[in-house]
Structure formats: structure tokens, C-alpha cells
Design a protein around this ligand. Sequence first.
Ligand SMILES: [Zn+2]
Length: 415
Amino acid sequence: MKSEQFVGAVKKCQICSNKNLELVLPLGHQLPVSSYLTKKQLQEPEITYPLNLCRCPKCGLLQLDYILDPDIAFPFIYPYRSGLTNMLVKNFRSLADLLEKKYNLTPKDLVIDIGSNDGTLLQGFKDKGMRVLGIEPTDAADVANKNSIPTVQEFINKKTVAKITKKYGKAQIITATNVFAHIPNMPELINNIKNLLAKDGVFVSESQYLLAIVEKLEFDTVYHDHLRYYSLKPLQYLFNSFGCTLVDAERISAAGGSIRVFAMKGKRPQSDRVKKLIREEEKSGIYDKKFWNQFRKQVMTAKNDLLAIILQCKKEGARLVGLTSSARSNTLLGFTGINNQFLNYIGEKKGSPKIGLFTPGTHIPVVDEQKIIKYQPEYVLVSSWHIGEELMKVMRKMGYKGKFIIPLPKPRIIK
Ligand SMILES: [Zn+2]
């Protein structure tokens, strides 16, 4: 596996190359969120990297000012399988249904998924009879291939693209769900997508939506894997500068609030809902510096309020554990400093590959969630609060009787 060369400190905007980026939210030096540790690794040093959210005043893009080497950000053994999250599976099925109808897809059409993980999204298209191909650098590709979803285990680059078009032809649909913000070299990525796409093909991406992040104070979505935090205006700028058009977009509920974006090659008409969403973005204030000063204050207040609750629980002598360990929860715990001195362990669904490992930096043991039911700790911090409603329901059903702590947007206890 070959790393991209485009790593290290970011000196200019990742979309428009403007050199004057403004610091929005400093989250300190943090560990890569996927670098879970074995018990043996706890005795070794860990390397942290800068995690600063910045904004480009020219095109409006929110982005990190440091790009982590993808080999470090996405370790070969990636502790994440799309097939394991019910919500994701549901979203993927509805995306396959939608694209089939919207673009009248037929069985001869090729659908390519970039960052296809275990092939969960492609399975939906395969079931409809279409030709599918995944591009996935981690060993999740093995799982996909075993499930008969043909998957190339590589990063997307010029060589991979040439190999694919030669063997499979061009794609009618290219999807990139929750990876479009992860790939370092933006100009190269767009060129690769253009080369893979048929003339009237459609590129569909789903990413966390900046408006949703600010509405719900989801600063925990900021981690090294996410190099950019999209709103439509900078994306429109991006596609235009590559001779493409942002033809349509819609807000969806996936991953705590996302934006689904449709782009095509050439100059084409833009849907009314794109225009309307861009107007909403401008009205919200996300393109003004003042807005982000306020955002930073809100994040710091939430951090202090959460720590006050946690410290109060500890003073009472209560036992405190976490519920589900995710990339987001690792940002939350790393930034707030809630480590293994506060949380005894974090429960994960049975079968999770993280069970038996320790969280990066905060060193909290990850265990089967049954342990929470067995020992009934007084407080459960819902560390993956973006799916908190679902998690709490399941816990109650399993027999947990204690209290929950919801960390964001307003830290609170639920009895
Ligand atoms: Zn810019």
C-alpha cells in the first residue's frame, strides 16, 4: 500500500489555495481516532498531531491545518465496519433506491463506491442487478470480496483509475459516502473522479454538513480523518473550477446531519434546492468571522459544563462508564481530557472489533456492553451521543437502571 505525498502542515486552502486561513477552533494535539491500542502497546509511546479547525475567508471552506498521513489515519486493520451500524445500513439502502429511480439505472450500468468499506452500500446496487466495484484501501476490502462485492484494495489514484477504466469501463454512478472529506489531494481527487465517470454519469457524495455541525455543536466530528467540513458554497466553487456543476443537493439525517451532493461533468442547470440551501447558508452566518468566534465560545462552555457534571459524579463516588467508542467519541474524550481516570470502561456492541483494545490517548478499555448490564454503574456517559436516543433505548431494554449523561450540545443528566 502506497501513501499519498500530500501530508503535513496545510499552508493554503484545500479548495481555493488562499494562504490566509483563520483559526476557528483549536482542539489541541490529539491522537488519530482509529489508533486503538492493545494492552502491550500501552507500554509504548504515542504520537499526537495538531488538530485545529480553520476557515478560508475567501471560499468559505472549513478545514484542518494539518493533514495526517493516510497510512496513520487509516491503519491497515481499520476497526470499523459499515455493516455493523443499523443506521448506516438503512441510509445506504435508501440511497441505492433513490439513485436507481432518479437516474433510471439499468443492470449494464457500473456503480463505483470510493471508500467502500465492507461493501454495504454496493450490496444494495448488486441486489438490483447492477455491476458494482469498490475502492477501499483497508482490510475491510477482504470482507467485501468474501461477500462477492468486487473490491480493489487501494487508495484512489491515477494508476488505480487507469486500471479500473481499462477493465470495467466508466461508471454511471460514483458514490463517496463519508470519505469525500477524507482524501488529501483535492485537485487530484476531482480529476480521478472525472476520469472514472461516464459523460452523463453522476458523482454523489455524502458528508457531514457544516450547518448541522454548528446547529448541534457537533465539534466532535472534527478529527484527523476529516480534512474538510463542507457547506455548498465552497463545493460549488470547487466543481466549477474543474469544469463540473453542482447540479443538486439535499440535507439528510445520516451521521447526525449530512449533505448529499450531486455533481456532473460540464456546465449544466442547477436545481432550485441547491440555490435555496446556499441562500440559507449565507443567512446562517457561517461565512462571517464573527459567527465562528461565537461558536468557539459555545464549545468551550459545553466542555466546562460537561467536566463539571463528571467531576460531581466522581465526588459522589459514583461509577462512571462510557457507551460505544467511535471516532467522534475519541475527539470528545481527547479534547475534554475525560480519560481512564474518569471512565472505568466503554461498552461496545457484541462482535465489535474494538472489544479488548484501549482508546487512543485516553486508554479506556473497550468491553462488551453486557458488562454495563451486569455491574450497573451509576452513570453511563453516552459518548456517541449523535446516536444517543437509539443507544439509550437499547440499554434500557437490556436492563440498565442507572442514569445517562448526554455530553452535547448541552451537557445534561437523564434519569
Ligand atoms: Zn478557500
